[in-house]
Design a protein around this ligand. Structure first.
Ligand code: PMP
Length: 352
């Protein structure tokens, strides 16, 4: 059987598992709280006859609501089927136009490598420092065909200083610099979206999956200069004219308009995260101060594999990645207070 050159040898991203049955699921950074009541109202009242028709190709109503929330114009917003799709389109749209590598960290969201390979784009992974921070000087001095930075970074949970990211955007003003803000709503560093007005090469990517409790709806967006958004739309229209389905567009619109609920949820998660971090440290874990809805923890004595397996026996699922530097670290999503208590009690029992 002949398969395409494109598909031959591809190594896909491995998504965190979605186990059936009752578990305490702390492995894919989902929100432990339900979506806004406004989302439920939209779902209950959704006019099913609309399902007969294709949705708006560019999700105009949703883009308008996002533009209002972000303080930009509609022409500065692109919406996709999850931020993974938005990132994928961004790789196709902006990278590979020259022979210079796209720069990203060695420990970061592993999908960037997958997109690079899929689109045949050269990339260079710049090692994080000992304490998992971006090597800002390396990002400034390397010649680049583009830059991608997750801020806060995943799986490290660390945010970089805004001044440093601005310097990087300025140093590479002729290529796209993407800031992936999947977790920025949990961070003390304000979103970079307003900076896209000044820096025409800056693209900020966000998601409804984490802080908006809509991972199942699949919706993400990008904010950037209208010229960047136009190219993204061209790429999108070469894949799929309607990536955002009618129900998702409607619920995402309701969600982005409900700022009060969103603030309340993120505040709760941040408070639980800080308590969970203290609890983990008291049990002998080392972890950076998290700026996201997960922590990145390593025990002083026990291996990551052992801890992950022992937690699994107790129906608690956490994530662990390969690679010498991080294989002993557990990435643990912040759940509810109750889930956190169960997690800490289980770890206490395991550690003995
Ligand atoms: N960026 C980062 C850093 C992530 O961790 C994730 C979640 N796996 C995404 C983007 C994609 O999120 P989604 O496609 O659900 O919007």
């Amino acid at each position: 059987m002949i398969i395409s050159r494109l598909a031959n040898g591809l190594v896909p991203y491995t998504a965190g598992e979605q186990p059936a049955g009752k578990t305490i699921k702390l492995n894919t950074n989902e929100n432990p709280y339900p979506p806004s009541e406004k989302v439920c109202e939209v779902l209950r009242g959704f006019d099913i006859s609309r399902y007969r028709l294709y949705p708006q190709p560019d999700a105009d109503d949703l883009r308008r609501a996002i533009a209002e929330y972000e303080g930009v114009n509609e022409e500065n917003v692109f919406v996709g089927n999850g931020s993974d799709e938005v990132l994928s389109f961004a790789f196709a749209a902006f990278f590979g136009g020259n022979d210079l590598p796209v720069l990203f960290a060695d420990v970061t969201y592993s999908f960037y490598k997958v997109f690079g390979t899929l689109y045949g784009v050269k990339y260079k992974e710049l090692p994080l420092t000992e304490d998992f921070r971006l090597d800002v000087n390396a990002f400034l001095s390397e010649k680049a065909g583009g830059v991608v930075i997750a801020n806060p970074n995943a799986p490290t949970s660390i945010s970089e200083r805004a001044e440093d990211l601005i310097k990087i955007a300025e140093a590479h003003s002729d290529v796209a610099v993407i800031i992936d803000e999947a977790y920025a709503d949990f961070s003390h560093v304000p979103s970079f979206a307003p900076h896209t007005k000044k820096y025409e090469n800056l693209l900020v990517v966000k998601t409804f999956s984490k802080s908006r409790s809509l991972a199942g709806a699949r919706c993400g967006y990008a904010i950037g200069d209208a010229k960047l958004i136009t190219v993204l739309r061209t790429v999108k229209d070469c894949f799929n004219s309607y990536p955002v389905n009618a129900v998702t567009a409607a619920v995402a619109e309701a969600s982005i308009k409900d700022t009060a609920y969103f603030r309340d949820c993120t505040r709760k998660i941040i408070a639980t995260r800080d308590r969970m971090s203290e609890g983990l440290r008291a049990l002998g874990f080392d972890l950076p101060d998290s700026d996201a809805n997960f922590v990145f923890a390593k025990h002083e004595k026990l291996s990551g594999e052992y801890l992950q397996n022992e937690l699994r026996k107790r129906n608690i699922i956490v994530r662990r990645f390969g690679g010498e530097r991080i294989k002993d670290r557990l990435r643990i999503t912040v759940g509810t207070d109750e889930q956190t208590e169960i997690l800490l009690a289980a770890l206490k029992e395991i550690i003995g």
